[in-house]
Design a protein around this ligand. Sequence first.
Ligand SMILES: [Zn+2]
Length: 389
Amino acid sequence: MPQLVPPHGDKSIKSLLLPEAERAGALKRTENLKKAPLDSKQMSDVFMLAMGAYTPLDGFMGHDDWRGSCLDMKLTNGIFWPIPITLPVDKELAGGISTGEEIALTDEATGEILAVMEVREKYTIDKTIEAEQVYRTADPQHPGVAKVLAQGDVNLAGRVMVLSEGETPVNYPDLYIRPALSRAMFLEKGWSRVAAFQTRNPMHRSHEHLAKIAVEVTDGVFIHQVLGKLKQGDIPAEVRTRAIQAMIDNYFRKGTVIQAGYPIEMRYAGPREALLHALIRQNFGCSHLIVGRDHAGVGDYYGPFDAQHIFDELWEGALVTQPLKIDITFYCKKCYGMATAKTCPHDREHHVSISGTQQREMLASGADIPPEFSRPEVVVILKEYYAGL
Ligand SMILES: [Zn+2]
């Protein structure tokens, strides 16, 4: 009987989504509650809690867990946690809420009631601590730091009971695989060593090569993509999914890959986010996370391999899921094949590489993308998308 890695910090997956039969009753009781509208990042956290991806958290963090997570990557109970999960609101709203009170968390755009929270604590934070510790910079140009600086001044903490997972599971019924289901799928396939590949982009040959290195040394790969809000200019999930499926269907052996998505919103915290991604994957049942170049980074805030090195700084037992650290991958004309910076002895002039900006320009203008860089089946789908813009 194959065995998967255990959930993080708990014996079982902690899904905070209320059973369906109890939701209507709970919704009725929210009528008289004060409402806290959530932005896309906070909603994403509620959805992550709902599906059990943030096991063992039972809601938004209080001050001591916030501080421990920022400074020591540790909750007050000693459990590893590298990025604080908090619910900041405006001073005014916080002023009208007492501790012990139940409030309703709503989608700020639609007003839909998503969850009920029992407010256990209200506190203010020094935002610079979170920026400098988690993001390694206080630069307001960093998109993750910008959000922290712009967020409300009071954090509300408490247990969360989720009533709705919003539109994403409806929009992506096949991709929206919750941790309980991914675990069941892996076991059914007889997998125990599973590598997760995190992506928010279509996959070109360099990504395919990363996934194939993982297939060589594990039982299978879980291609796991971001279904939360994206940056402007990113390719929408429905197009990306089709492009990735074309790659899987044509270039992987059947039964070695599962494609799925989850409702996270990127923080672009580089190394710290790589750790969070690994923790989350442990909950999904993955023994490994593929960590390539500049994982979850943005701009040049992080060194290309900082997100790999940070795993070496963790204490024994912090995480069960381990990184699969892989160097930069590319097609080399002298090697006549895919290679990595670790295996190819040739100069960069022999490597086929196209930047993200160049790719967009080439796809939009209909220019040919070399098959050494991207599979023709993938290129067709991306060109069709750009032509329709
Ligand atoms: Zn070479």
